[in-house]
Design a protein. Structure first.
Length: 265
């Protein structure tokens, strides 16, 4: 029997998680278009199969790992700062054997995904050095991150008079270096960053992954809340977003390749 489309699988997964993990179930529903965009990007660009080893680096709660594995891919999740709830979710999802807080030295993968990670780093070098070391020669890095030129960022600049992705009140109060966005990238900036670290940029694109009205309604239902009315400001923003040039869409996707090792003499 053929599996249902991945969108239906993900929505069914959100329903399955709701009794025990209502907040995570709601976040899965709210961020569903982003996850689906990453899955589609990986599929279209790399055509992976069950033998392709994929590492979701800094995966947080391993929801994307579950979706990748449900798609028949050999995906592993790595979250060095995982707490007990992360492991509990991995067990609930049936992927505990594929979720790690440490990796063996020298272990490499065909594809490493970095989804909603790079914007949280105040200093790139330590993480990027490790990420690149985890890619086999000739392997690939897939990045998904908010586009620094997205409409909501322009509107935030107008309201707050700042180009920083986080309001100053939140930034000053946090004591966790990874909670808030530290640096967001435009497409040229992200491409330049990859080249700086010795990777070959294969392609990049900006896509609209803003949650749709139906996703937001399901988000509130999963939280046990009444369906929230969508404000006219949100409707206006979403209407404008869909008409913007590609480089102003909210999510940035990039594929880069690690150069193959030179032949031994």
């Amino acid at each position: 029997m053929n599996k249902p489309p991945i969108k239906l699988q993900a929505e069914a997964l959100a329903q399955q998680l709701q009794p025990e993990f209502p907040v995570l179930a709601a976040m899965l529903q709210k961020n569903l278009r982003r996850y689906l965009a990453v899955l589609q990007f990986v599929s279209d660009q790399l055509h992976p199969d069950g033998q392709t080893r994929i590492l979701d680096y800094g995966c947080g709660y391993p929801l994307l790992v579950k979706l990748l594995r449900d798609g028949g891919l050999a995906a592993t999740g790595y979250e060095p700062y995982a707490e007990e709830s992360y492991h509990a979710l991995a067990a609930k999802l049936g992927i505990a054997p594929h979720f790690f807080t440490t990796l063996p030295p020298g272990d490499q993968f065909d594809v490493v995904t970095l989804v909603d990670v790079i914007e949280h780093l105040s200093i790139l070098r330590p993480t990027m050095t490790d990420v690149i070391a985890r890619i086999r020669p000739g392997g690939y890095l897939v990045i998904s991150t908010p586009n620094g030129l997205r409409l909501s960022q322009w509107l935030a600049f107008v309201r707050r008079k700042t180009a920083h992705p986080v309001a100053i009140e939140k930034f000053l109060k946090t004591d966790n270096n990874y909670v808030h966005h530290q640096r967001e990238f435009t497409r040229p900036e992200l491409e330049k960053t990859m080249r700086y670290y010795g990777l070959e940029v294969v392609t990049s694109t900006c896509v609209d992954t803003m949650p749709q009205r139906g996703d937001l309604e399901k988000y509130h239902v999963l939280l046990g809340q009444p369906k929230e009315l969508i404000s006219w400001r949100t409707r206006l923003r979403d209407g404008l977003q869909s008409r913007l040039p590609a480089d102003w869409q909210n999510n940035l996707l990039l594929l880069a390749r690690k150069p193959a090792a030179p032949p031994s003499l």
